[in-house]
Ligand binder design. Structure first.
Ligand SMILES: [Zn+2]
Length: 186
């Protein structure tokens, strides 16, 4: 199709309809959230092999140290937190899937991400079964810590100030994630 024809089509379409083809609008209902969760594989690059939450990965401390470099080790295995604003994934807006940097388990899709303004990659829901949670008291008041269901790697904390309809904010360390673009190009 010629560029002019394409531009004409876009200008004819109502803004909302055109926008859904370029960037999906944020979900408004829990039914739409469930849809994002159930259809997460549509954002997975074709031919990508990914593990399931039940295929547990257990490694020794030394094996993890070999597998993970620097901050990725201290965040995932020692519940450290990266400095805000340091992750290139804050700016990542392409369609695709975010997997655990420790074990490759799919955790979030690009359709679950939003800009929270905190300096950490933030998501309002997750791929089903991706995480387990516990309560920690590291900063005196209780917080909900969440970690990868497959390798136990720490990812971040869960807060109740996210956007509707979930109201959840998964505040995730960028070094704990790897992004697989839907088009397969790194
Ligand atoms: Zn993992």
């Amino acid at each position: 199709m010629k560029r002019r024809t394409l531009l004409k089509l876009f200008s004819l379409a109502p803004f909302g309809a055109a926008a859904t083809h370029v960037h999906a609008a944020p979900p408004k209902t829990m039914k739409e959230i469930e849809g994002l969760q159930q259809n997460w594989k549509t954002l997975l690059a074709a031919g990508t092999e990914v593990p399931a939450p039940g295929e547990k990965l257990e490694l020794s401390k030394d094996e993890w140290k070999k597998r993970l470099q620097g901050k990725a080790y201290s965040v995932l295995r020692q519940e450290d937190t990266e400095r805000p604003g340091t992750s290139p994934l804050n700016e990542e807006k392409r369609p695709g899937v975010f997997v655990c940097a420790g074990c490759g388990l799919p955790l979030f899709t690009s359709a679950m991400k939003y800009e929270s303004g905190t300096g950490w990659p933030s998501f309002f829901t997750t791929i089903p079964g991706a995480f387990a949670t516990k309560t920690d008291y590291k900063i005196i008041y209780p917080r909900t810590e969440y970690h990868c269901a497959r390798c136990g790697g720490h990812h971040g904390h869960l807060f109740d100030d996210g956007p509707a309809p979930t109201g959840k904010r998964y505040c995730n360390n960028g070094v704990a994630l790897k992004f697989i673009p839907q088009n397969g190009k790194a």
